[in-house]
Design a protein around this ligand. Structure first.
Ligand SMILES: NC(=O)c1ccc[n+]([C@@H]2O[C@H](COP(=O)([O-])OP(=O)(O)OC[C@H]3O[C@@H](n4cnc5c(N)ncnc54)[C@H](O)[C@@H]3O)[C@@H](O)[C@H]2O)c1
Length: 252
């Protein structure tokens, strides 16, 4: 892995929607700490368009050329999943970090190929990651996981349903269900505390308005219950780079 020296030189592989609306704005928000040196896409027009928009010097159609000519510290892989394995291996093989979009690979066999190149750290995981990220953010590190994965309805090499029971280091216990087979798509989080149940239900993005809570019968202090409303974190929302770039989700 590269030594940590600044600016971190980044090559973006895949110049589509997620690169444009999330990766680039997030990287550029790091200011002088990060320099995006190249954009790579199978479609040279897309690479050029994104590179022109952000005045990025390198434009390529092959990730191998990015690592050969630009000496990047990090390759951000934002291609469709079918191309993740190759781009991540190209990055790791050249001694760069690989930062991969989800899902990391199409199969466990591909994932094993990637880990064979890994020395430290690894790609991010797949479906349901956003809810799991939020769980970890709220409850802290996990300690123990029991999981079952199955392919029940899709002709894929990966699972289309997974269940996990997670014990967190803080002592909390959670269950996680991920399914790409649910006709009514939704993301639900539910936390049962001694004094209240707190829940959020949303699809592809949540804010404070999605949360609701139910006090336990023994909790009758209305002032305390009113204080459970999530703070309007307007500062964070106002400066969220992906929000600005995408111009979506509205403002609260
Ligand atoms: N984290 C999130 O919230 C989130 C949201 C949407 C998409 N994604 C993930 O991001 C990835 C990309 O999704 P997208 O919506 O931006 O797709 P997209 O189709 O808009 O863009 C993908 C780009 O990659 C290019 N590409 C394909 N194969 C390539 C290769 N071998 N080398 C270089 N470029 C190649 C395509 O030409 C295209 O321009 C997917 O893995 C998707 O699952 C993540």
């Amino acid at each position: 892995m590269p030594d940590l020296s600044f600016p971190i030189r980044v090559g973006i592989v895949g110049a589509g929607a997620i690169a444009r609306t999330s990766h680039l704005p997030a990287l550029l928000a790091r200011g002088d700490a990060v320099k995006v040196v190249a954009v790579c896409d199978l479609d040279p027009g897309r690479a050029k368009e994104l590179a022109d928009a952000y005045d990025i010097p390198g434009r390529y159609t092959e990730s191998t050329d990015v690592v050969a000519r630009e000496n990047p510290d990090l390759i951000a892989v934002a291609t469709p999943p079918v191309a993740h394995r190759e781009a991540v291996i190209t990055a790791l093989g050249a001694g760069a970090w690989g930062w991969c979009e989800k899902p990391p690979t199409l199969s466990l066999a591909e994932y094993d190929e990637i880990t064979a190149y890994e020395k430290d750290g690894g790609p991010t995981v797949g479906h349901g990651i956003h809810q799991m990220d939020l769980l970890l953010n709220l409850l802290g590190d996990w300690h123990e996981v029991h999981a079952v994965a199955a392919t029940l309805g899709r002709r894929t090499e990966t699972e289309d349903v997974s269940f996990a029971i997670v014990r967190f280091a803080c002592g909390a216990i959670g269950s996680s269900v991920n399914s790409v087979m649910s006709p009514r798509e939704t993301s639900c989080l539910r936390f049962d505390f001694t004094d209240a149940t707190a829940e959020a239900e949303h699809l592809y993005g949540h804010d404070n308005s999605h949360w609701r809570w139910t006090p336990a019968p023994h909790v009758s202090d209305t002032g305390r219950i009113a204080g459970w409303a999530p703070d309007e974190n307007t500062t964070q929302l106002a400066f969220h780079p992906a929000r600005h770039a995408a111009g979506r989700h509205g403002s609260r």
